[in-house]
Design a protein. Structure first.
Length: 229
């Protein structure tokens, strides 16, 4: 980031801190909602959120900037946002100006999967792609997995919902779970406060996140260390 906007302290909350749960969050009588119901609820929450979420996005970008400094990341894997996802353009632009590598996902029509591609200029390297989402131009060479290599890589991962243990609720296609399979870098779920749930079901193929960042908080989930243990 270029330093604009009020400074944000990167206060990392532990996943077991009860204060991280937003007001009005029901536990459904202790019964975990299934993923289909959770997706419906998440979409409803996003639809009722103020459509002008620029201030929330900038707050998220500032918190992500501090987290990137804290974790000493040297390579960033981000995303081009859909309408209801936090927009990270200011963060990505500042990252590129610093001379550090940025990679974004691109849909490969042959494999029907996403691949990561290095970009150098957000204004010229992106075009509308699969689902109408901006992605790297087709002539840019895709990288071969594993994408982490020897760099300290931070993945910024969108989703429909997250819980404080690092479980992520995707849109149901499994694209990110397959993309992240084998990736060893730190993974950060990016969303809004309204996308935080008490609990999200976890299946064996699901890839969790190490941090969750919203407009008001940075939560350390402990997923990375749990998988290593």
């Amino acid at each position: 980031m270029d330093g604009s906007g009020p400074p944000v302290q990167c206060v990392v909350q532990n996943r077991d801190d009860e204060r991280v749960m937003p007001a009005g969050q029901e536990d459904n009588g202790g019964i975990m909602m299934d993923k289909t119901s959770l997706r419906k609820e998440a979409k409803t929450r996003l639809q009722t959120m103020d459509s002008d979420h620029g201030e929330k996005d900038e707050s998220i970008c500032r918190r992500l900037t501090e987290l990137l400094r804290k974790t000493d990341a040297s390579m960033l894997a981000a995303y081009a946002a859909m309408k209801t996802e936090p927009m990270l353009e200011s963060l990505m632009s500042a990252w590129l100006r610093s001379g550090r590598p940025l990679v974004l996902p691109r849909f490969n029509p042959s494999s029907r999967e996403y691949e990561m591609v290095a970009v150098h200029d957000l204004s010229t390297d992106l075009v509308a792609g699969h689902y109408g989402i901006l992605e790297p131009r087709g002539e840019l060479a895709g990288l071969r997995p594993p994408y982490d290599g020897d760099r300290r890589m931070m993945w910024l991962i969108p989703g429909l919902g997250f819980d404080m243990k690092g479980h992520r609720l995707g849109r149901g296609g499994g694209y990110y779970d397959r993309l992240l399979s084998g990736a060893t870098g730190m993974k950060t779920g990016v969303g809004y406060d309204c996308q935080i749930f008490d609990a999200i079901p976890c299946e064996p193929h699901d890839i969790g996140v190490d941090y969750v960042v919203t407009e008001t908080r940075v939560v350390e989930c402990g997923w990375h260390h749990a998988q290593e243990g």
